[in-house]
Design a protein around this ligand. Structure first.
Ligand SMILES: [Zn+2]
Length: 266
């Protein structure tokens, strides 16, 4: 899976298809600017881009098929490491929301590609590294992302470790990406479409307890009745029109889990 659940998917033209050679980890960058760089990254006249961008408020945008296609972020390092741009400037630290956002990206990379949970100052070792360490071979950006942001990488890894531990300890976790995949699969294609019995059971049980779903069938599919019930749950939370489409999303599923004893994982 190359797209991260919870990130806004905004593909750009500045990408090298099927160019990734290894999944060594993530390179931390600073935007040295504000607002989404999507338009800039989608302009073929200037071949620059990144896998991810995290705003100061914690919004995550994803621009390329991470782990498959590479972005144009760190020159010779592109085929080996994914990249995250962080809104703001090299002389200011990441906001708490940005630390959280980058940690979620890293936790997803750990579960998806096996990015190891540690900080490195290297262009070859796997882990969370930084742009300037690559010198000219990585495009010659010695001040990216700046000392303050570099120093926050330990906190990012610690938080990513916590996020991953939450996924397996205590309350059961529901993988939002797997749930969404169920709702997208064609019910007519009976044989090999995906199932997720544990996740569906938790959600259906919670919807039943809310009085929104009469019968719980436990075939592991997120069927029409469940989608209808989930849309009713979204409307109860204030979602209107097309927003209440019955496809689980992070805020509504988190709310449901808080009331019924499960947590949402990436
Ligand atoms: Zn950079």
């Amino acid at each position: 899976m190359a797209r991260m659940p919870g990130a806004a998917w905004r593909p750009v033209v500045n990408t090298h298809k099927n160019g990734v050679l290894e999944h060594r980890g993530l390179v931390l960058h600073v935007q040295d600017g504000t607002n989404s760089p999507h338009g800039f990254f989608n302009n073929p006249a200037k071949p620059v881009s990144s896998d991810f961008w995290v705003s100061t408020a914690g919004r995550i945008e994803q621009y390329v098929e991470t782990g498959v296609d590479y972005a144009f972020a760190q020159h010779l390092g592109n085929p080996y490491y994914a990249s995250v741009e962080t809104e703001g400037h090299p002389d200011t630290p990441l906001t708490a929301a940005q630390v959280e956002g980058v940690a979620h990206i890293y936790a997803w990379g750990n579960s998806t590609f096996g990015w190891p949970l540690h900080v490195v100052d290297s262009t070859t070792q796997p882990g969370l590294t930084w742009h300037g360490v690559g010198g000219d071979a990585w495009g010659g950006h010695p001040h990216c992302p700046g000392d303050k942001r570099k120093a926050q990488r330990g906190r990012i890894i610690a938080r990513a470790t916590e996020i991953l531990a939450l996924d397996t300890d205590g309350e059961p976790g529901i993988d939002l990406g797997r749930l969404i995949a169920l709702t997208r699969s064609d019910p007519g294609a009976a044989q090999d479409h995906p199932t997720y019995p544990d996740g569906v059971r938790l959600v259906a049980g919670a919807l039943h307890a809310e009085g929104l779903l009469d019968n719980i069938n436990n075939d592991g599919h997120f069927g029409c009745l469940t989608i209808t019930a989930y849309a009713a749950w979204q409307r109860r939370l204030g979602y209107e029109g097309a927003a209440a489409d019955g496809v689980p999303d992070q805020p509504s599923l988190t709310k449901l889990g808080q009331r019924h004893g499960f947590m949402v994982t990436a």
